[in-house]
Design a protein around this ligand. Structure first.
Ligand code: SF4
Ligand code: MG
Length: 330
């Protein structure tokens, strides 16, 4: 499959009173056409800053992309002016967030908001045409009784329905990439499963590539083909989801797998990795996970592990993967 987006050596820094904080610290990855790529990590791992960097939405000041490239459609997005970025956001890369209530205007009906988005992308359309399209979009995302729903206000809808409306709005421009940042975190387990199923279904039907950002590897297991695990602003593991679950190479990934709640019994998570994500930039030496790693040894405290390839599509940033490293011929 062809690559759609290539992030190379991306570094996004926040300049605060405490100094320069590298929230994303030199990450490289690609998003391929039509795939669903998961980006997983705890809060503070840099995953949301990664998506905001791609969207050109890093608040500046205090944030700034300080190094690297984001290649998309033959251009480096980090070099584009805000006006050009707005075009990309309106046409090529769309984004949905955790809480749809904050993105929907409580004062306007669902229909009015969808119409506005539709008219923005279809200059010269009549209101009637836009409404017909809005109803079509609502059916596409599985919203029932669309004809009534367009007259209702956001607060009259359930959280799951609001998220479906947001997905419909994001898809109005027929984007090549949909970035979803914790799209189901605010929803209960049953509704979460329905929204994830919808995203898989839309990905298949519309061929939209999806970048799914989540703290929950369970969500990744249900939805994604490939996953990137982030920790302390770096990528610590990347590979096919099945392989990552069957043989995780990084101790942090192992911890995340252990803390996946059991969906079948709707149990609370039984395990959480002890300790906290380090403040970005606070660890100057050694592996960023060392303080929480049960496998840490002397070397981990002094040396920052590089990325090791354990096969041609699986990487781990851990000394334990060093002896499994394979030579790649490309
Ligand atoms: Fe743990 Fe060392 Fe591997 Fe870091 S490099 S994850 S501290 S074993
Ligand atoms: Mg986040």
């Amino acid at each position: 499959p062809n690559e759609l987006l290539r992030v190379h050596n991306l570094e996004t820094t926040f300049f605060t009173d405490d100094g320069a904080v590298p929230a994303v610290d030199g990450i490289s990855f690609t998003l391929r056409e039509r795939e669903i790529l998961g980006i997983v990590g705890e809060s503070g791992s840099g995953k949301s800053v990664t998506s905001l960097s791609i969207m050109g939405l890093i608040p500046s000041p205090p944030g700034k992309i300080t190094n690297g490239e984001i290649q998309f459609g033959g251009r480096d997005l980090t070099k584009l002016k805000e006006k050009e970025m707005r075009k990309i956001r309106g046409n090529d890369i769309a984004m949905i967030f955790q809480e749809p209530m904050t993105s929907l205007n409580p004062l306007f009906t669902i229909g009015k908001q969808l119409n506005e988005a539709i008219l923005l992308h279809n200059k010269g359309w009549s209101k009637k045409q836009a409404t017909a399209r809005a109803i079509e979009m609502m059916k596409l995302v599985g919203l029932p009784r669309a004809e009534q729903l367009i007259k209702e206000y956001p607060h009259q809808l359930s959280g799951g329905m609001r998220q479906r409306v947001m997905i419909a709005m994001a898809l109005v421009c027929d984007p090549q990439i949909l970035i979803a940042d914790e799209p189901t975190t605010a929803l209960d387990v049953t509704i979460q499963a329905q929204i994830l199923a919808l995203m898989r279904d839309l990905n298949e039907r519309l061929n939209t590539a999806v970048m799914l950002i989540t703290h929950d590897l369970g969500v990744v297991a249900e939805t994604c083909e490939r996953v990137i695990v982030m920790y302390g602003g770096q990528i610590v593991e990347e590979g096919p989801v099945k392989e990552i679950f069957e043989s995780p190479q990084h101790p942090y990934t192992r911890g995340l797998i252990q803390s996946v709640p059991d969906m079948r019994y709707k149990k609370e998570r039984l395990y959480s990795i002890p300790g906290n994500v380090p403040k970005p930039g606070s660890i100057k030496k050694g592996c960023r996970f060392a303080a929480r790693c049960e496998y840490a040894f002397e070397r981990c405290l002094n040396e920052n592990p590089q990325i090791y390839h354990t096969n041609d599509h699986h990487i781990s940033r851990c000394f334990l993967a060093e002896e499994k490293e394979v030579a790649l011929n490309d």
